[in-house]
Design a protein around this ligand. Sequence first.
Ligand code: PEP
Length: 255
Amino acid sequence: MRKKIIAGNWKMNADKDEALALVNGILAQYDDYNLSDTKIVVVASPFPYIHYCSSMFAKYPNMFAAAQNCSEHEQGAYTGEVSAKIIASLEVKYVIIGHSERRQYFHETNEVLLQKIHQAQKKDLIPVFCCGEPLEIREQNEHFNFIKAQLEECIFQLSENELKNTVIAYEPIWAIGTGKTASPEQAQEVHAFIRNEIAEKYDKEIAEQISILYGGSVNAKNAEELFACKDIDGGLVGGASLKADEFAAIIKSMK
Ligand code: PEP
């Protein structure tokens, strides 16, 4: 059975006191989340708090710390970069790869993202691979081709086993941080498309095992309806993951 995952992405937000308060606020409602091996929570904090998160979450089953990025290089003279090896040594289990902000501001290509995924998986980190189209592509009705190319140039280069250890997040760029959510029908349509592409490239059984998360202005009000869709296995949550009560409500809306 594929995992249901609620992942928070704090991006470059929260100072130390705010970060600690946020972790404690999320954990305060842990007993209401009903987590299990197949329903988990992942929190991607900025790097400086990552070990605090992983240490705190170690006491709470099925809560995991994540990184927001990792280097495509294994180690060495890359000032300012953080390797998969460093991240894994801090008991972190997940890493977001290819968020649209990394693609846009740091010019990360599908080729580089594939290298990052390989580095992550070498250290047993599970990549959360982000894909999704900008507004102009959606308006031209070219989003399926756009997403297909992202998949083909990156995660469809993985072996079956590597793909099985990958989570996909569909994040339409026009919905990220804009307050404009894809409708459940729009999101479900793309999720079903991605699952079908996996079935065609690999096989149906593998496609059924891969968690595909929706990201783009998920909040406590729209989460339940989105998560009820057949091919939506949870959410990658930006802004709303910075408010403990709202993030807790989103976790609770995952049935
Ligand atoms: C994100 O950063 O991945 C995201 C989906 O942000 P938001 O929820 O704020 O749209």
